[in-house]
Design a protein around this ligand. Structure first.
Ligand code: WTA
Length: 650
């Protein structure tokens, strides 16, 4: 198979979009026409879209305020409520009986929740939170498995103007604590546990541990009983979700909030130091969530069943499991468990059982399923699928072709969407029934997005040349800042190009047809199974162990994960049993951050190679980790022997 794919690649083959009646965009001309309108009148075009696609409690008069750039504000004097846009609006339009969420638990139970029922649950949860003293502007941390209550909790926060911060359920107590404290959350919403790989994964005990050692800001813990596992209970602090909601009325007037009100904070890794709390707005974010659902996925709320496999702990889960589909009034599917439980056919079985029409997942999942074999998808009826999406990392053409042929039956267009936690929604992506695709390319900027590939000075590079990906105009769903750290926001995203461009941190090139090809991070951020991890974060976790003096983390290419984590470790003293210590250090990182940050390889050395100015020579370490020839000049290294050690030869 790979032989043919190689030749496909060399031919640079294009896949024409299939025709589709009533598609949102049915030709490149239609795309270009809208992009031209943005070019001619950017603010006027956004104004029109924002009026047409959102319900405003108080209409905005000003589209974009650039006065304090790069702190941009969108639709700022307008007021709206996100939960009202996602729920009440559809119920009032007579769609109350339509399914909002189809949920499948890992053991196999299914719940279908109508818009009406979801609205009632959200109101009850909002009332319960108010009774616990949660007010507009307060922060609420959500640390949950993939259960409908997680979406209910998010929407309930938005109803009363609390800002949610979802923390991925597999993060450790330590990581949870840091996020709770940084956000200053008053309330934590969690569950006893959720199913993963056939067993209950406990969550409440991590919350208890986080709260035992800090988090003085937290007054209450609201606990959904899902796993049925034994948990500790602190009277007065801990509250049972079902008991609390049961006694609440099923109506709750949504509060009118500024378009700029922070809907959520989501922590993500940066190249240095602790995770950054990325802040997103209400109006701008929701507008883009809704528009990209319609544009990228050609989402048809009446007929489609949309499934984004991302956990709500990540931005993809925020925008495309919850807010996007619900803002459109469509049906979103949530699945609790792992993709390969009880077997590698689980995802395809779910697609068939619920007639999924639009499916959105990550290249790492696709690669793992390719390894499992074609017999798994073959067992299930995938004929309802009409669009396939990917996100999180560059998709290798081999995986693209498999997805296209084996899953999509050469019938479904593939949308390879490039975006980031910071961008709120898709930025570069094909339009499924308009854009000819090339495997491995995220193609073009969506309408309203202006992107370029530039050199270090900000000058556009030539066709086919590598450079840095920048966004040259603000867009409504852009991050509004880093929680509590405006300086870091400016430094990370804007200073490099003198506040003119948003710097994404990715390398890219544009080919002769103008297609964008993402080349990966240019900073010290790893992409492990589509998850961002800062090398510094993992290094700090290692160094926090008493036996470790110094550590350097680099990525090593990996077939399934994209990148694996390779750790070079300098110990404080001698070690008699390196294998045992490796296991101890892995466990330690897992406790500090979470299992996704566990190093795949650990190599011990007497010192780390550094430049004269004391910087770790990461390029050299990357070459060593990958088993490649060393390309960096190492003649200045004082201790040449260390190279052999690092290569594992001593
Ligand atoms: C990478 C996930 C290539 C990229 C939505 C980006 C991609 C980082 C793609 C953001 C793609 C995401 N092709 N690379 N289609 N999508 N990336 O914040 O390096 O978890 O900067 O957001 O993932 O990761 P994040």
């Amino acid at each position: 198979m790979s032989g043919t794919i190689q030749s496909v690649l060399q031919e640079n083959r294009k896949f024409d979009p299939p025709p589709s009646e009533g598609a949102c965009f049915d030709s490149m001309q239609a795309y270009q026409a809208l992009q031209d309108r943005f070019f001619d009148d950017m603010e006027g075009t956004w104004r029109e879209l924002a009026h047409a696609h959102l319900s405003w409690r108080k209409p905005f008069t000003r589209v974009l305020n650039r006065d304090q750039a790069p702190f941009f504000r969108w639709f700022e004097d307008g007021e709206l409520n996100v939960s009202e846009n996602c729920l009440d609006r559809h119920v009032e339009a007579g769609l109350g009986k339509r399914t909002a969420i189809i949920w499948e638990g890992e053991p196999g139970e299914v719940r279908r929740i109508s818009y009406e029922a979801l609205l009632h649950d959200v109101c009850r949860a909002a009332n319960a939170m108010r009774e616990m003293g949660i007010e507009q502007g307060d922060r609420v941390v959500i640390y949950m498995p993939m259960v409908p209550e997680a979406a209910v909790a998010m929407l309930a926060c938005s109803r009363i103007g609390a800002t949610h911060s979802v923390v991925f359920g597999a993060f450790s107590a330590q990581a949870l604590k840091e996020r709770i404290e940084d956000a200053g959350a008053k309330l934590v919403i969690t569950a006893d546990g959720g199913y993963r790989r056939g067993a209950v994964h406990d969550l409440k005990s991590s919350v208890d541990e986080a709260l035992k050692t800090g988090c003085a800001c937290v007054r209450h813990v609201l606990v959904v009983k899902r796993g049925g596992n034994d948990i500790g209970w602190r009277q007065g602090r801990d509250i049972d979700w079902h008991e609390a909601l049961k006694v609440q009325p099923d109506t709750c007037e949504p509060v009118s909030l500024s378009s700029e009100h922070p809907l959520f904070i989501l922590y993500t890794s940066g190249s240095t130091g602790k995770p950054k709390g990325i802040v997103h707005s209400s109006g701008g974010f929701l507008l883009w969530a809704r528009l990209t659902m319609q544009w990228t996925f050609d989402f048809r709320p009446k007929d489609d069943v949309f499934w984004c496999t991302a956990d709500i702990g990540w931005i993809t889960g925020h925008t495309y499991s919850v807010y996007g589909p619900l803002a459109c009034g469509g049906t979103t599917l949530m699945y609790e468990g792992v993709p390969t439980y009880p077997d590698a056919g689980r995802l395809w079985k779910i697609c068939a059982a619920h007639s999924v029409t639009v499916f959105y997942t990550a290249p790492t999942a696709i690669r793992a399923l390719i390894k499992a074999g074609d017999e798994w998808p073959a067992k299930h009826d995938l004929s309802k699928l009409r669009i396939l999406g990917t996100v999180g990392e560059p998709i290798n053409p081999e995986a693209w072709i498999w997805y296209y042929t084996v899953i999509g039956g050469e019938r479904c267009p593939i949308v390879d969407t490039w975006w980031q936690t910071e961008t709120g929604g898709h930025m570069l992506s094909p339009l499924p029934f308009a854009t000819p695709t090339k495997p491995g390319s995220a193609t073009f900027p969506l309408p309203g997005i202006f992107a370029a590939v530039v050199d270090n000075e900000g000058k556009p590079v030539g066709k086919g040349e590598g450079g840095l990906l920048v966004i040259t105009q603000p867009w409504p769903a852009m991050l509004r800042g880093i929680w509590g750290d405006p300086k870091r926001y400016e430094e990370t995203y804007w200073h490099k190009f003198g506040n003119r461009y948003y710097f994404a941190g990715d390398g890219a090139r544009c080919d002769e047809d103008g297609y964008f090809w993402i080349m990966g991070r240019v900073d010290d951020v790893l992409n492990v199974s589509g998850h961002r991890l800062g090398t510094m974060e993992v290094e700090s976790a290692l160094v926090s162990h008493e036996l470790v003096a110094e550590a350097a983390i680099v990525g090593r290419p990996d077939d399934v994960k994209g990148e694996a984590i390779f750790a070079f470790v300098v110990l404080k003293g001698e070690c008699d049993d390196p294998a045992a210590l490796e296991a101890i250090l892995r466990k330690h990182v897992s406790q500090e951050i979470g299992p996704i940050a566990k190093p795949d390889d650990i190599r011990f050395a007497g010192s780390l190679p550094k430049t004269r100015s004391g910087k770790i020579m990461r390029r050299l370490l990357r070459d060593i980790a990958a088993g490649r020839e060393i390309t960096q000049d190492i003649s200045t290294l004082e201790d040449q022997k260390v190279i052999e050690q690092l290569q594992g030869q001593q």
